[in-house]
Design a protein around this ligand. Structure first.
Ligand code: FAS
Ligand code: PHB
Length: 390
């Protein structure tokens, strides 16, 4: 097989790239190791920055998002008996859209299928060769046969556990990482959200987050130990703990019900650089991970794809123009580091750290106290939450 761009991974990064390239007449093949149902079964992000919404609109996949997405103009932060709404629209003129990553992925899959896009699921043992040449190859196994895809460029959109990052030579690859001493336990329930907007809580027992997917479907998270046994978290235990951590008024009002999904996510800050080696470009979680406290993971994947699609289109449309390819890694990393900072700041401000001493706790309280009392601090949070410019 031969194509112009070989894409490894059919998460939001890979699918969005394939769709944007298709719109510019550039061929791609997406290779995914899992089944389509498995990919769609993963419950992940929920908040889209304006920049990502604009990209999905430009990609021609925004109809359902425009119908079903929930536009949010603010978020709420709580600690102790204090509650502060941060007015995103007042401070930035922008909003965020609550629309699950699962729905984004489905809309992109449907668009690629409608356009006859080449998406190969259950492509196993993906390997890359020939990066030094101008015709790199991806080999993979499908239906017990080894197949080869020759391309001009390869996009490593295969997430944190993918293979593509391994093809950045060890002597060039730099990793920057912080692993947090806790995780998030999340549930999905067919219950109306406890509030019209998201509620982020710093409680002495641990962080909690109230989010949603629709007016009838809620998404809740609790900070927990990173090695918790999911089996030990019955629905009743989850709801009891959530109600302890929520402000009383919300705890009394919350509607509870059976979880339709329950999962644990570890929290880490992670950056791999450079994000390009020869004809291989990394994008999304393959190159970086943020703790979900700032709702940046999915949105960072989108900005990487903005820079990568722009570079590939310039190459094909302008007779091999390569300056945007040469600056790709630096262009992405400039925005990634600022999103990493914001995600680390939100995580540090809102979570209980097991080794926290009285000074650490005092710093957290001072950070929150300053945020609650300062319009400038709230404007800074708002500017980062709605998404810094691409
Ligand atoms: P993805 O990981 O989504 O996609 C990579 C794809 O590549 C997968 O389908 C995988 O099966 C495939 N793949 C992997 N190895 C392969 C191989 N060798 N060959 C072929 N295919 C391969 N972000 C938020 O903003 N908010 C959240 O609440 C949030 N929660 C999260 C919870 C969890 C458990 C995880 C893991 C992430 C969460 N994220 C969250 C971040 C998440 O949304 C990512 O940022 C987003 O999925 C990034 O998209 P991709 O870069 O496409 O990577
Ligand atoms: C979600 O709805 O899954 C969500 C929202 C905001 C976050 C993290 C996750 O910061």
């Amino acid at each position: 097989m031969r194509t112009q761009v070989g894409i490894i991974g059919s998460g939001p990064s890979g699918l969005l790239l394939s769709q944007l390239l298709h719109q510019q007449g550039i061929e791609s093949v997406v290779l995914e190791k899992r089944t389509q149902d498995y990919v769609l079964g993963r419950i992940r992000a929920g908040v889209l920055e304006q920049g990502m919404v604009d990209m999905l609109r430009a990609a021609g996949v925004s109809d359902r998002m425009d119908r079903e997405g929930l536009v949010h103009e603010g978020i709420e932060i709580c600690f102790g008996d204090r509650r502060q709404r941060v007015d995103l629209k007042k401070h930035t003129g922008k909003v965020v859209t609550v629309y699950g990553q699962t729905e984004v992925t489905k809309d992109l899959m449907d668009a690629r299928a409608a356009a006859g896009g080449a998406l190969i699921y259950e492509a196993e043992n993906v390997q890359i060769a020939g990066l030094e040449s101008d015709a790199p190859e991806i080999t993979f196994e499908k239906d017990d046969q080894t197949q080869k895809l020759t391309c001009d460029f390869i996009a490593g959109c295969d997430g944190y556990h993918g293979v593509s990052r391994r093809y950045i030579p060890e002597n060039l690859l730099k990793i920057h990482e912080r692993v947090y001493p806790f995780g998030w336990l999340g549930i999905l329930s067919e219950t109306p959200p406890v509030s019209d907007e998201l509620i982020y809580v710093n409680h002495w027992r641990g962080f909690a987050l109230c989010s949603m997917r629709s007016p009838t479907r809620s998404r809740y998270y609790l900070q927990c130990a990173f090695d918790e046994d999911l089996e030990e978290w019955t629905d009743d235990r989850f709801w009891d703990e959530l109600r302890i951590r929520l402000p009383n008024e919300a705890a009394e009002r919350i509607e509870m019900g059976p979880s339709i999904e329950k999962s644990m996510a570890p929290l880490r800050s992670f950056i791999a650089e450079p994000m390009r080696h020869k004809r291989l470009f990394l994008a999304g979680d393959a190159a970086h991970i943020v703790p979900p406290t700032g709702a940046k993971g999915l949105n960072l994947a989108a900005s990487d794809i903005y820079y990568l699609s722009r570079a590939l289109v310039a190459f094909y449309a302008e007779d091999g123009r390569s300056d945007l390819m040469d600056s790709y890694s630096a262009d992405c990393l400039r925005r990634i580091w600022k999103a990493e900072r914001f995600s680390w700041w939100m995580t540090t401000m809102l979570h209980k750290f097991p080794d926290q001493n009285s000074f650490d706790r005092g710093m957290q309280m001072a950070e929150l106290d300053y945020l609650f009392d300062s319009d400038a601090a709230q404007a800074s949070l708002a500017e980062n939450y709605v998404g810094l410019p691409f």
